[in-house]
Design a protein around this ligand. Structure first.
Ligand SMILES: Cc1cc2nc3c(=O)[nH]c(=O)nc-3n(C[C@H](O)[C@H](O)[C@H](O)COP(=O)(O)OP(=O)(O)OC[C@H]3O[C@@H](n4cnc5c(N)ncnc54)[C@H](O)[C@@H]3O)c2cc1C
Length: 557
């Protein structure tokens, strides 16, 4: 009979993998982390494009599990740059001596459940095979860059780069003509920086996206010390908030449609001055539910674009009009729109003149050829499911996860899938994940999984698996919460619309980080309701909607 090499295999060494390893060690379990990259960092290892930085403030986009780490680490900016976040994650790996259990430069290609032995057999690209009781996917929601299928891309005579797979040695733009394809978050962050270095930049835009200013700045040590002094309360607020963020302007109580225009303008101006996502997502209770309500904020943001961009035609093209504000990832920018006032920057509207092909000399649209020396593909990711789909994951009876998810991902709590015992997906589809401060969501998942593993060990159980009825009930709840929102009105990567052929399903759970935490806590308190532990089943909670809007106080009561 097969024997376990480790108690757990963890795939990925980003925020998730590092903390999962730490927790497994704390439980006294043996673990091996397998990472495709050559170092820790995940997102922050791969996304080295110019201007890459977090869009949740650094003081909150960081681990909370170690108060000592929190106190000793000094962030230099309000929004840390990619090198600084990578430096932080390397520091975490050193500080907690994590590297010795991580295999780098190794990609997991398959994971197969051996029912007789109750083990996961994990295969790697270097031919190695390992068996473990638990397999924990810390593979990330945004870790498979989307290389668009544009005809002729392979024939381009210049250099081509994907923002999500940026070369470590950097790219020299000096004196170069650069074509940037894509104006999502990575494009919006990189275009202003590339434009300062390159000879000429042509930006190819399909969808204009909403952005709010970062107002990034150095973090003064007094400000940082003040936040650190109140860190426990801030972290508690994050955990029980809708989006995992504890600071920033609060939501107005009045619906936006009932707010007098002058008052609204004043409120939005105040939020604009503060900057950041927190102030603009959920400004009012109705903006997430009504496109008309969201449009009040949209009009304010469009007016800012028109004020900033001197050419009125270019300004109009940059004004988002295809989707309600907030229904696609809201971006945080530093000088994005003002960049279009530069002499060396030009905007091409792909709706009017689509790309026909990439020629050896540049980008050929239906109108003309735009010569280029470098093409930057800021074309996003096969989000949430793409990375898992690239691993041949097989559960009971050899069933493939890819097949189970052919019509869209199904899971219980975004954490586990029926038919796949002892397999965990951290920030999996069906959890708040990309709709939240992901470090908060990652910590919650890792701690919940660690709690479950401790319980399994305590009662000597070998397997845990969600019930099909729990998975169905959770799927219905995730869809029901999303259905009345503006999120369903956009062709976003949240619904897989950026990947041809991907089923259109809203993947994250939008009921809120606090609500979700309360549900997971309650499920655990009810002896893991909705799971089968060594075949013993406990039905799932009858109604997940009762948790909606639950606050810290009501949860405690
Ligand atoms: C440019 C960018 C900016 C972002 N900014 C923010 C932000 O401001 N706030 C926020 O909350 N979130 C942000 N995110 C989301 C970000 O992905 C998460 O915050 C977080 O870093 C995810 O950590 P993770 O460890 O779960 O996954 P990742 O960091 O994606 O790490 C997953 C790791 O798994 C590895 N892996 C995948 N498949 C395999 C395999 N088969 N075998 C071996 N290894 C594998 C990958 O190499 C990767 O290193 C951003 C994402 C991007 C791309």
């Amino acid at each position: 009979m097969a024997k376990a090499d480790y108690d757990a295999i963890v795939v990925g060494a980003g925020f998730t993998g590092l903390y999962m390893l730490y927790k497994l060690r704390e439980l006294g379990l043996s673990a091996r982390v397998i990472e495709a990259g050559s170092d820790v960092g995940g997102t922050w290892y791969w996304n080295r494009y110019p201007g890459a930085r977090c869009d949740i403030e650094s003081m909150e986009y960081s681990y909370s599990f170690s108060p000592e780490l929190e106190q000793e680490w000094e962030w230099t900016e309000r929004y840390a740059s990619q090198p600084e976040i990578l430096h932080y994650l390397r520091h975490v790996a050193e500080r907690f001596d994590l590297r010795r259990d991580i295999a780098f430069d190794t990609r997991v290609t398959a994971a197969c459940w051996d029912e007789g032995a109750a083990l996961w057999a994990v295969e790697m690209d270097r031919g190695e095979r390992l068996a473990a009781h638990y397999c924990i996917m810390g593979t990330g929601c945004l870790s498979s860059p989307n290389r668009p299928d544009i005809s002729g891309l392979g024939d381009f005579a210049g250099e081509t780069y994907l923002t999500g797979l940026w070369p470590h040695e950097g790219v020299d733009f000096a004196g170069k003509r650069v074509a940037v394809i894509g104006t999502g978050s990575s494009g919006i962050q990189s275009i202003p920086v590339i434009a300062r270095e390159a000879d000429h930049v042509t930006v190819f835009q399909r969808t204009a996206n909403f952005t709010v200013p970062a107002h990034n700045r150095p973090l003064a040590s007094e400000e940082q010390a003040a936040i650190k002094a109140g860190y426990r309360e801030l972290r508690a607020l994050e955990r029980h908030s809708p989006g995992g963020v504890g600071s920033g302007p609060p939501q107005s109580l009045e619906p936006i449609l009932a707010t007098p225009p002058d008052e609204l303008r004043e409120d939005l101006e105040r939020r604009w001055e503060i900057g950041g996502l927190g102030g603009f997502l959920n400004t009012h209770p109705d903006t997430i539910l009504s496109a008309e309500a969201a449009d009040r904020v949209a009009e304010f943001l469009r007016a800012k674009i028109r004020e900033t961009v001197s050419d009125p035609d270019v300004a109009e093209l940059l004004c988002p009009a295809s989707h309600p504000m907030g229904s696609k990832r809201l971006c945080v920018d530093t000088g994005f729109h003002a960049t279009f006032n530069r002499e060396n920057v030009e905007l091409v509207d792909l709706n009017a003149t689509p790309i026909e092909r990439i020629a050896p000399e540049g980008v050929q649209t239906s109108e003309k050829l735009y010569p280029a020396d470098i093409i930057v593909l800021a074309t996003g990711f096969d989000a949430m499911t793409g990375t898992l789909a690239r691993i041949d994951i097989r559960g009971k009876g050899g069933a493939a996860l890819k097949d189970k998810w052919a019509e869209g991902p199904r899971s219980y709590l975004g954490l586990m899938c029926a038919g796949f015992p002892n397999l965990f997906t951290v920030t999996g589809p069906g959890s708040p994940s990309v709709i939240s401060n992901m470090v908060v969501s990652i910590e919650q998942h890792v701690e919940w999984i660690a709690g479950l593993l401790a319980e399994l060990r305590r009662c000597g159980a070998a397997t845990v698996e969600p019930l099909a009825e729990a998975e169905d009930a959770w799927g219905e709840h995730v869809s029901a919460v999303a259905a009345p929102t503006i999120f369903m009105q956009a062709d976003s990567w949240y619904v897989g619309a950026n990947i041809p052929g991907k089923p259109r399903v809203f993947m994250p759970y939008i009921g809120g980080v606090g609500t979700y935490r309360a549900i997971c806590k309650d499920v655990a308190a009810k002896n893991y309701a909705g799971f089968a532990v060594d075949g013993q089943t406990i039905p799932p909670p009858a109604d997940f909607t009762v948790y909606l809007g639950m606050t810290r106080e009501t949860e405690a009561a």
